[in-house]
Design a protein around this ligand. Structure first.
Ligand SMILES: [Zn+2]
Ligand SMILES: [Zn+2]
Length: 377
């Protein structure tokens, strides 16, 4: 009889500890409850008038934190869609800390499991359990036993050995206190000296709560209402409104189909500030080895898993992805890359890949992936 798989022990500071050893659902209920109450208080203050309008600062600071999630946690650390030099990694770590969406390691662990086990009991925010579960209840309800079991064996060795991730894990709560609470309060007190400490805290919590709900929409709205031009067998959809709000993370049908593409979309900068940011960082030399899927691979995938009627109605702006799907399907029957894509799709229907570092991406498909801004040194 074979021994059951056992997770390699990680150093204790890497395993996320909540204050007083509280369980996830207990800590989140208190934290989210208090943050929502303060948000309502700030809206009430604004409605009543007489307090400074800090909304534009909250929006700006919220989006700085948002880049830490979309570019940092999501596209860099979870999916490894590009590489970053140390200053950019540190910048993204600070931005991610601003957002208080758990330490990078824990966020990425949950997200890789989401991609690998989408819409099963192992998926932390399984959208089959309904809108509100995938939006927020997954954070305040006890974890499903199958997810708990998966967490006992799922490993993230690249993150365990990442110096910036390790540093943030070690100092997570002091860093959170500084960047999530003290810095924004000091900035507000500087620009609006008349504002009280409690009002500052309420404004900061409103910034936090709004940014949380925008992130949650990627797990709920972008798994429910929208088109599925790349793979109609999965729940993830293309949602322009979520992309607009979540700076590019709503092109979710594309993203679940090709999770190693740094744009998380076929359409470049369209509602995608995160891609603009990565391209800018690549331009100044801080980001490099940007992975992107070639139009040929997209076309082949659409031919196999896209909607069958798509090419007939391809008069809209997305028509390029649907063009000649069926003929492409036949034309590439002998193509080596096509064969690799075909096998990968069959395998990934059961067990999707989670990103560039997932060894199950076939070599032919890797070779066919475009790598931009390759570092020459
Ligand atoms: Zn993802
Ligand atoms: Zn998803």
């Amino acid at each position: 009889m074979t021994e059951p798989e056992k997770k390699k022990e990680v150093e204790p500071f890497l395993a996320f500890q909540r204050p007083f050893g509280l369980e996830q659902h207990v800590f989140n209920s208190i934290n989210l409850g208090a943050a929502h109450a303060l948000t309502v208080y700030k809206f009430w203050l604004d409605y009543e008038g007489g307090t400074p309008n800090t909304f534009w600062f909250e929006l700006l600071y919220g989006y700085v934190g948002g880049l830490g999630i979309t570019v940092g946690c999501h596209r860099y650390w979870t999916h490894r869609t590009f590489k970053a030099n140390l200053p950019l990694q540190i910048l993204l770590m600070i931005c991610q800390t601003i957002s208080l969406q758990l330490p990078i390691r824990k966020w990425c662990l949950d997200h890789r499991i989401h991609h690998k086990f989408t819409d099963t009991n192992k998926d932390p925010h399984n959208s089959k359990r309904g809108f509100w579960f995938s939006h927020i209840w997954w954070l305040v309800l006890p974890k499903h036993p199958e997810l708990k079991k998966e967490l006992e064996t799922f490993e993230v060795p690249d993150l365990d050995n990442d110096p910036v991730v390790r540093f943030q894990s070690k100092w997570f709560w002091p860093l959170t206190l500084v960047f999530h609470i003290i810095v924004p309060i000091l900035i507000m007190q500087y620009f609006w000296p008349e504002i009280t400490l409690l009002q500052c805290l309420a404004a900061d919590m409103r910034r936090y709560v709004i940014s949380l709900h925008i992130t949650y929409c990627v797990n709920s709205v972008a798994h429910m209402w929208g088109d599925k031009p790349y793979d109609e067998n999965i729940s993830a959809v293309e949602s322009p409104i979520v992309s607009f709000l979540a700076i590019g993370e709503g092109w979710h049908n594309f993203h679940h189909t090709f999770p190693w593409d740094y744009k998380t979309s076929e359409f470049g900068w369209k509602f995608n500030v995160s891609t603009v940011f990565i391209d800018f960082m690549a331009w100044i030399g801080w980001a490099y080895d940007l992975k992107t899927v070639s139009p040929q691979i997209i076309q082949q995938r659409v031919a196999r898993t896209g909607p069958p009627e798509a090419e007939e109605a391809s008069t809209d702006s997305n028509s390029n992805i649907h063009e000649k799907n069926h003929s492409a399907n036949e034309k590439h029957e002998n193509d080596q890359v096509y064969q690799a894509v075909k096998e990968w799709i069959m395998e990934s229907e059961e067990n999707p890949v989670w990103g560039w570092n997932d060894e199950r991406i076939p070599q032919d498909l890797r070779n066919a992936t475009k790598i931009l801004n390759v570092k020459t040194l």
